[in-house]
Design a protein around this ligand. Structure first.
Ligand code: IFM
Length: 467
C-alpha cells in the first residue's frame, strides 16, 4: 500500500481559518448544455448524439432524457440571479453545437446564437464573467452519422464551428475551453459505450481521442488568429495507485495512468504520445491515424489547463473480462475500493488526490496556469418541509477539496480558480436525474430552485475568498 491509502483528512483539514486564496482568485460554478438547457426542439436546434442515446430504451436510468432538464434555456435569468447570490465571479457553461450548427457544418442557426448572446449579456449585466466550453459531449447527430470522433473530418468541423461562434461571442467572452473531458467522449462514448453514441469499438476510441485532441489544436490555432484572449482545454484526471507494490499491480497502475491521464497530457503539453501507451496498444491497433504535424497542432501553447477532479483510481492486475471496457488493451485491470466514505456516485472521497493531481501536472509538465474547472459531489439530498436542503456532506466534501487545492497553491502551483460542479441538480448522463450534484436543488416537476445549505456556505467562501 502506498501513502495514498491513508485517510486524506489529516493532510487537508488543518488550520482551515488560514485558508485564504490569492486576490483575483476565480470562484465559479459549472454546467453543461445538454444537462441543463432542455428545449431540445426549439429555435432550430438539431439532434445531438445525446438525444439519440437518451431516447434509446435501456441506455439511461429511468428512461430519463435531457428534453426538459432544468429548462435553463428559458429560466436562465433566474439562474443568473442565483449565481449572483452565490457571489461567483465566473459561470462556466457549454454551448450546444447542434443549437448553433444543427447539421454540424455550414451556416449558423441565428436563433441558437441569440440564446447564448442573451445569456452572455445577462451574465455581464450582473458582473459575472462567462466562461465558454465549446464541446461538452453533445455532438450533432449528422456528424456521428458521418463517422463521429473516430473520423478525422469531425476535428475539422469542430474547428470551423469554433471559429464561427467565436466571431459572434468573442467580443464579450474572454475565456474559451475547447473540450470538456475528452476521455469521456472517447472512451465512454466509443469503448465501453456507456455514454453516447454508445459504440463499443476499443481502437475507435483511441482514434476518437486523437481527433478530439486534433480538433482542439486546430481550434486553438484558428482562435488565436482571431485574437482570442484566454484559451484552454479541460481534462479529467485521476491519481492512479497500485493496490500493492507487486510488479503486476504497479504495471496495471502505469497502464491505467497512460490510458486515463497521459494519453491527453503528453500530446497537449509535450507534443508526443507516451511510448509505453503505444506499446500497450500495439497488440490491438497501430497509430496510423496520427499524421505528420498533428502533434505540433495539438501542443499549440495554451493560456490555461482546466483540471476536473472527483476521485482516485486504485488498481490491481486481474484477469481479462469479456465485454466492452474503457481500458482498451488493458481489460484485465481491476478497480479496488479502499473503504473510504463515498459520494452517491460510489466515488471514494479523497481530497488528497486533488492536491496530488495539481502538483503532479505542475511539476511533471510545463503546464500553463491551472484551474479546477470541475469538482463537486452527488449526495442523496432531501428537501425538508421547511424548504431547506441540509447537505452537510456536500459542504464538508467541498471544504476538504478547497483546502487541498489551497495546499497545492502554497506549494507553488499556479492555480487561478475553482469551479464547483454544479450550479444546479441536472441530467447526470447515463444516470439520468437520479444523482444530484447541485448547489441548488431542482424540483423536476415544478422546476422550483432552492439554494442548498452548501450553496449558502459557498457564498460565504466566495465573499471571504477563503474558508
Ligand atoms: O456531470 C458530469 C459532467 O458533465 C462532467 N464531469 C463530471 C460530472 C459528474 O459526473
Amino acid at each position: 500500500m502506498t501513502s495514498a491509502h491513508q485517510p486524506a483528512a489529516s493532510a487537508t483539514r488543518q488550520d482551515l481559518s488560514q485558508v485564504r486564496f490569492p486576490d483575483g482568485f476565480v470562484w465559479g460554478t459549472a454546467t453543461a448544455s445538454y444537462q441543463v438547457e432542455g428545449a431540445v426542439h426549439e429555435d432550430g436546434r438539431g439532434p445531438s448524439i445525446w438525444d439519440t442515446f437518451a431516447h434509446t430504451p435501456g441506455k439511461v436510468v429511468g428512461g430519463d432524457t435531457g428534453d426538459i432538464a432544468d429548462d435553463h434555456y428559458h429560466r436562465y435569468p433566474e439562474d443568473i440571479s442565483l449565481m449572483a447570490d452565490l457571489g461567483i465571479s465566473h459561470y462556466r457553461f457549454s454551448l450546444a453545437w447542434p443549437r448553433i450548427q444543427p447539421e454540424g457544418r455550414g451556416q449558423l442557426n441565428a436563433a441558437g446564437v441569440d440564446f447564448y448572446s442573451r445569456l452572455v449579456d445577462g451574465l455581464l449585466e450582473r458582473g459575472i464573467q462567462p466562461w465558454v466550453t465549446l464541446y461538452h459531449w453533445d455532438l450533432p447527430q449528422p456528424l456521428e452519422d458521418a463517422g463521429g470522433w473516430p473520423a478525422r473530418e469531425t476535428a475539422e468541423r469542430f474547428a470551423e464551428y469554433a471559429v464561427l461562434i467565436h466571431e459572434r461571442l468573442g467580443d464579450r467572452v474572454a475565456d474559451w475551453t475547447t473540450l470538456n473531458e475528452p476521455w469521456c467522449s472517447a472512451f465512454l462514448g466509443y469503448a465501453s459505450g456507456v455514454h453516447a453514441p454508445g459504440r463499443t469499438e476499443g481502437p475507435a476510441a483511441v482514434r476518437a481521442a486523437h481527433h478530439l485532441l486534433l480538433g482542439h489544436g486546430l481550434a486553438v490555432r484558428a482562435l488565436r488568429e482571431q485574437g482570442a484572449r484566454e484559451l484552454g482545454i479541460t481534462v479529467n484526471l485521476y491519481p492512479v495507485d497500485p493496490v500493492t507494490d507487486a510488479a503486476a499491480d504497479r504495471d496495471a497502475a502505469r497502464r491505467v495512468d497512460a490510458l486515463m491521464n497521459r494519453v491527453f497530457l503528453d500530446p497537449l503539453l509535450r507534443g508526443s504520445y507516451p511510448e509505453d501507451l503505444r506499446a500497450d496498444l500495439a497488440p490491438v491497433m497501430d497509430f496510423g491515424h496520427v499524421r505528420d504535424g498533428d502533434l505540433a497542432t495539438i501542443s499549440t501553447p495554451l493560456d490555461f489547463l482546466g483540471v476536473n477532479y472527483y476521485s482516485r483510481h486504485v488498481v490491481r492486475a486481474g484477469t481479462a473480462k469479456e465485454g466492452p471496457s474503457n481500458w482498451v488493451g488493458s481489460e484485465d485491470v481491476e478497480f479496488v475500493k479502499r473503504g473510504f466514505p463515498e459520494t452517491a456516485m460510489g466515488w471514494e472521497i479523497d481530497p488528497d488526490g486533488l492536491y496530488e493531481t495539481l502538483t503532479r501536472v505542475w511539476r511533471e509538465y510545463a503546464a500553463p496556469p491551472l484551474y479546477v474547472t470541475e469538482n463537486g459531489a452527488a449526495f442523496d439530498d432531501r428537501l425538508d418541509g421547511d424548504g431547506r436542503v441540509r447537505d452537510e456532506d456536500r459542504r464538508s466534501y467541498l471544504e476538504g477539496h478547497f483546502a487541498a487545492a489551497h495546499r497545492a497553491l502554497t506549494e507553488g502551483v499556479d492555480l487561478r480558480g475553482y469551479f464547483v460542479w454544479s450550479l444546479l441538480d441536472n441530467f447526470e448522463w447515463a444516470l439520468g436525474y437520479s444523482k444530484r450534484f447541485g448547489l441548488v436543488h431542482v424540483d423536476y416537476e415544478t422546476q422550483a430552485r432552492t439554494l442548498k445549505d452548501s450553496g449558502r456556505w459557498f457564498s460565504e467562501v466566495t465573499r471571504a475568498n477563503g474558508l
